[in-house]
Design a protein around this ligand. Structure first.
Ligand code: TPP
Length: 364
């Protein structure tokens, strides 16, 4: 397993992994601070979003606490032209690619139809139906290759694709099909599995008999396991294998070993299916804590951590105010994006709703 940062914050490069160490050793202090700042920012956002859901402001929240190292590290490892196909928990990756955090909350409040424009962010829509995004990502990567945007050596043109998926999703047939198509077409794609040990209440042991990083081998997709709570390992591995994919070396699979500290969603009670002792073991491997120790050893002092805390509180206040101010969208939006042109069936349904609403009177 690639681990550059031990749970106690000690930095070290295991034998055979020197090329990943080199990537990290070339980073400047500002980049390292950005990794921490964004991990802390997304955690604060997560805590606030959970509170907003509990207060009835959001229909649902999907926490990612514990997975910040995997998400911020891999997110920054993705290149400027690359495309990202997330599942539904990748709020940290979204942050690294300029997605407005409020647009995630709007989805969870049910006031928009998907959240953001993937043409602007290259961060595609959240996919609730497990593993669909993996098929979409492979299709996109096949297209990139057909368009000749792989291995030309032109940094402004070449691109690769990353698909996020969970350990549970790997049990879907769609993922096997994706691995096969990516392999035989030598598509420029990295499959990034966040193995957070649980698929709602199904433990990883019920999803696979072999380590997930070997899942692609039979299809011809090599893989590697990384410490998903080590932001540096996640960054270096993603950057290296995205570079390879962009250069025309075909698909690769990364299994980031991590843990979902919170509930699956705010509709879930994990105490029904897992032991608190297990959660405590993983809290000791916290990606933020270990990175803070590392940064302090690099000479970064209290001032920085205090600023990050203040920025987090400001963010929390800001998203609370913005969420409370959200208006209900016009009801007719339900019909507006079904067909690109007017359609008689939609007209009929719209007329029915208008009549129904009129009969209800003013109920805003
Ligand atoms: C095709 C499909 N089957 C079932 C579900 C219900 N479902 C939602 S999340 C989930 C567990 C997914 O676990 P995993 O892939 O490990 O991702 P995680 O939620 O842990 O990030 C299931 C079974 C779904 N959304 N889509």
């Amino acid at each position: 397993m690639l681990q550059l940062l031990a749970a106690d914050g000690a930095y070290g490069v295991p034998k055979g992994y020197e090329k990943y160490g080199k990537i990290i050793e070339g980073l400047d202090e500002e980049t390292l601070k950005t990794f921490y700042r964004d991990m802390a920012r997304i955690r604060r956002f997560d805590v606030e979003a959970t509170a907003l859901q509990r207060q009835g402001q959001l229909g649902l929240w999907v926490p990612a606490i514990g997975q910040e190292g995997a998400q911020i590290g891999s997110g920054y490892g993705v290149g400027q032209n690359d495309h990202i196909f997330p599942s539904y928990r990748e709020h940290g990756v979204a942050l690294t690619h300029g997605v407005e955090l409020m647009s995630i909350l709007k989805i969870m409040r049910g006031v928009n139809h998907g959240g953001w424009d993937p043409n602007e962010t290259r961060f595609h829509h959240y996919a609730i139906v497990l593993a669909t995004q993996v098929l979409h990502a492979v299709g996109y990567a096949m297209g990139v290759k057909l368009d000749g945007k792989v291995g030309t050596g032109n940094k402004d043109e070449d691109l690769a694709v990353i698909s996020y998926l969970g350990d549970g999703a790997t049990a879907e047939g769609d993922v096997s099909e994706s691995l096969l198509f990516a392999a035989v077409n030598e598509s420029p794609i990295v499959f990034f599995i966040q193995n957070n040990q649980w698929a709602i209440s199904s433990h990883i042991d019920s999803q696979t008999k072999t380590p997930l990083y070997t899942r692609g081998e039979g299809f011809g997709v090599p893989g590697m396991r990384i410490d998903g709570n080590d932001v540096l390992a996640c960054y270096a591995a993603t950057q290296h294998h995205m570079d390879n994919a962009r250069a025309g070396q075909g698909p690769f699979l990364l299994e980031a070993l991590t843990y979902r500290i919170g509930a699956h969603t705010t509709s879930d009670d994990p105490s029904k299916y897992r032991e608190e002792a297990e959660v405590e073991t993983w809290k000791a491997k916290d990606p933020l804590k270990r990175f803070e120790i590392f940064l302090r050893r690099q000479g970064i002092n209290d001032d920085f951590f205090e600023q990050v805390k203040i920025a987090g509180d400001d963010l929390a206040k800001d998203i609370r105010e913005q969420t409370f101010a959200l208006k209900n969208p016009p009801l007719e939006n339900i019909f507006n994006h079904v067909y690109s042109e007017q359609h008689p069936e939609i007209d009929k349904q719209r007329a029915w709703l208008d009549a129904y609403e009129a009969q209800m009177g003013d109920h805003e």
